[in-house]
Design a protein around this ligand. Structure first.
Ligand code: LLP
Length: 423
């Protein structure tokens, strides 16, 4: 839900500030986040992470790839979150805000030796291993550093998460995780390696998942492995269930965060694994609805087949429609009593794929401001400088206050590290 972004008497607000004030002060395109929304989403998870007797049964490790702005991750840190990382760059961000290394888990199919070394030196809680080759690489790096490497294997459970093929990760044909039938063998191998400490097991089946059933299937398959491992004397201490819970962009209907988390954690307990520490790695469901992208209408261009509403944001600011044909709600931030028309909302970039919304009924004129909704996750972080476009500013609203949490890039900086050849 969009509790932090509300319409009152025809004007859209971010918490207590009209979005038009923010556009006037900071320009467009502009990312605006609500601290309240991300805080409420975190608390919804945390509520389910603590059982009725007050015992903590799970911990949230925010998947910062969804939105890694330092202010965003710092808010989560202060709320008690750990982090899920996928690169040395994200590790550096976590360390920059003073995150406890023991609250960090590190995933990814292609971690370099250098990134593995950085993670081991920092003392992360766990490296989630995605192949046998990587397992051996970690052992080699740990040998060189003369340290131990805590690991989980990421299981590919081969379940269909029923989401977009580009964001589904738990199928046999995906590049992610270790094939289900090879997991036991790989744990046996891991247990024999001199520097490796087996600490957990991990699984992540995809993103924007709106159905709990595939999670429960994957969970059962992973718990089966934990039982087998115990029989062989390989003890698993934590179970990482990944992220992936979807949000509502339009007519999607995902389960409520607390209810969803309770369903998973109750299943773990019912199956007799309540003693395991559970790690959750949500990204989108913590920040997706905590952000909007503000953009200004540059031109209206009526046409024989299509009317175009050309705005100053583009696929460079929000790539999801171009990449996944993703739907984002688009609303004028000031309601006007004028006739509406059907438009494709498009950006200035020279690509036909540069669109933000198709066939939208909008009552707009040139110069009006639009909010592109649910843009808090995989928005700014996937932005690019294509067409030498500076990345937009990011603002965090907290009640009546607005903070610039990332300044708008300036054009000279975009090519300041480039050099021409000598004459
Ligand atoms: N854990 C792992 C291992 C992941 O690969 C991901 C996301 C997450 C956690 C967080 O998933 P979430 O809760 O955010 O669904 N750019 C795409 C989404 C890519 C997701 C990649 N992995 C999009 O814009 O839809």
């Amino acid at each position: 839900d969009l509790a932090g972004f509300t319409e009152r008497n025809g004007t859209w607000y971010a918490e207590e500030i009209p979005l038009s004030d923010l556009a006037k002060e900071f320009g467009t395109p502009l990312y605006v986040y609500s601290k309240k929304v991300l805080t409420e989403a975190y608390r919804a998870y945390d509520k389910a992470c603590v059982d009725s007797s007050g015992k903590r049964r799970a911990r949230v490790h925010y998947a910062m790839k969804a939105n890694s702005n330092l202010a965003v991750i710092d808010c989560f840190k202060k709320l008690g979150s750990g982090f899920d990382l996928v690169s040395g760059g994200e590790l550096a961000r976590a360390l920059a805000i003073g995150a406890d290394p023991k609250s960090l888990v590190f995933a990814g199919v292609g971690k370099s030796a250098h990134e593995i070394a950085q993670a081991l030196k920092a003392g992360v809680k766990c490296i989630n291993v995605e192949s046998i080759a990587e397992l051996h690489q970690i052992n080699r790096v740990a040998t060189n550093l003369n340290c131990r490497a805590p690991i989980s294997l990421r299981v590919n459970p081969d379940v269909d998460a029923q989401t977009h093929p580009y964001i589904s990760t738990g199928l046999k044909g995906n590049k992610f995780g270790i094939a289900y039938h090879e997991v036991l063998k790989t744990y046996r191998e891991a247990a024999l390696l001199s520097q490796i400490d087996v600490v957990g097991i991990d699984c992540h089946i995809g993103s924007q998942i709106t159905n709990t059933a595939p999670y429960l299937d994957a969970l059962d398959k992973v718990l089966e492995l934990v039982t087998q491992l115990k029989k062989e004397g390989i003890e698993i201490h934590h179970l990482d269930l990944g992220g992936g819970l979807g949000i509502s962009y339009g007519d999607d209907n995902p389960p409520d965060i607390t209810e969803f988390t309770n369903t998973l954690l109750n299943r773990v307990a019912e199956r007799g694994f309540g003693h395991l520490d559970i790690v959750l790695e949500p990204g989108r469901s913590l920040v997706g609805n905590a952000g909007v992208l503000l953009t200004q209408v540059e031109y209206l261009k009526p046409g024989a087949e299509k009317n175009f509403c050309i705005v100053d944001a583009a696929m460079t600011e929000l790539m999801r429609p171009a990449l996944y044909e993703a739907y984002h709600g688009i609303v004028p931030i000031q309601t006007k009593q004028i006739t509406s028309s059907t438009y494709d909302v498009v950006g200035p970039v020279c690509e036909s794929g540069d669109w933000l919304g198709r066939d939208r009924q909008l009552a707009v004129e040139e110069g009006d401001l639009l909010a592109i909704l649910s843009a808090g996750a995989y928005g700014f972080v996937m932005a690019s400088n294509y067409n030498t476009r500076p990345k937009p500013a990011e603002i965090m609203v907290d009640g009546k206050n607005a903070y610039v949490i990332r300044a708008r890039e300036n054009i000279a900086d975009l090519f300041s590290s480039e050099t021409t050849l000598p004459d």
